[in-house]
Design a protein around this ligand. Structure first.
Ligand code: G4P
Length: 288
């Protein structure tokens, strides 16, 4: 089944971001560390021109550390790009971002020569969380639905940096269905656009191929089947997702499995790696 999902007002967002980018010194692109290519927007490469860009690999607490390291190496081969894995909820980790911004624009960050930065990214990658942690208070709404504001305010972070209070909203490339399924698995796509059973099957297949042991141990599976449908059934049975008569409610099983996977209950998992053979990494100009 094809996943289709477009957050609202995208044409307007594109125009707004290209205007805002012109006025900033550093772009802070927020990605999901578990799927840093699928959670990116390829147009940003075009829009940013020569502006320094920090790829914040957020939700690093959920991503596979070895894969994240490989992504950092791959991203930093790109001109003007630095990659920084962090958790936007952790002020200490977010402080590294401030320091990196100031290093990338060394003539800025002084009284009268403030460094202007802007946070951009697709929905649900943690832009609002990051802005709130940077500002040390709640400014942007977390978990809020994507929206465009007509008047963007500047927040003075009082460390030489000013930031727009509204993140620039980009959108993922949903024409790549493998990427769409990875996004759906990660929780980035609105629940209304999803068929949970299909996404659960995709996730079960992925876990079978890449993280079989965590899958086996989380659900205490004595015999791990090679079939994603069987695995989802086994998980449904373990989690008590039953229909009257004792059959498995696959939809509920998929929902519960995805909830656990997204919450890190199966350990730290990354859904894509540099150099993997489905075009995602190549599209981003990244070669592992
Ligand atoms: P957005 O502005 O890019 O749309 O994203 P937002 O900050 O609203 O964050 C989307 C979800 O991701 C939120 O969860 C938020 O708590 C979570 N999140 C953000 N940063 C991190 C991180 O570094 N690690 C983890 N594990 N999660 C992160 P939510 O369930 O929608 O809201 P809430 O229940 O947490 O408030």
């Amino acid at each position: 089944m094809t996943i289709e999902w477009y957050p609202g007002h995208m044409g307007k967002a594109h125009k707004q971001i290209s205007e805002l980018i012109r006025a900033v010194h550093v772009i802070i692109e927020v990605l999901d560390a578990r799927l840093p290519v699928s959670s990116s927007n390829h147009l940003l490469e075009e829009l940013r021109g020569n502006k320094p860009c920090i790829k914040v690999m957020n939700k690093n607490d959920l991503a596979d550390p070895a894969v994240t390291k490989a992504w950092v190496r791959a991203f930093e081969k790109q001109t003007g790009v630095r990659a920084l894995p962090l958790s936007a909820k952790q002020p200490r980790e977010v402080n590294q971002l401030t320091r990196l911004c100031l290093r990338l624009a060394p003539t800025r960050g002084k009284p009268g020569r403030l460094l202007r930065a802007m946070v951009v990214g697709i929905p649900n990658v943690g832009k609002s969380t990051l802005i709130n942690t940077l500002a040390g208070k709640c400014i942007a709404k977390v978990g809020d639905k994507p929206a465009i504001t007509t008047c963007t305010q500047q927040i003075d972070l009082r460390n030489g940096i000013v930031l727009s209070d509204t993140p620039g909203l980009l959108w993922p490339d949903m024409s790549d269905q493998a990427a769409a399924y990875r996004l759906a698995t990660s929780g980035a796509i609105g629940a209304g656009a999803l068929d949970y059973t299909n996404v659960g099957l995709f996730a079960a297949e992925f876990m079978l191929q890449h993280y079989r042991e965590p899958l086996r141990s989380r659900y205490n599976l004595t015999d791990v089947s090679e079939s994603p449908a069987d695995v989802l059934e086994q998980i449904g049975r373990r989690l008590g997702c039953l229909v009257p008569g004792g059959g498995i409610d696959l939809h509920r099983a998929a929902e519960a499995f995805l909830r656990e996977l997204r919450a890190g209950k199966l350990g730290r998992v990354s859904f894509e790696e540099p150099g993997q053979d489905d075009g995602a990494a190549a599209d981003a100009g990244v070669h592992g």
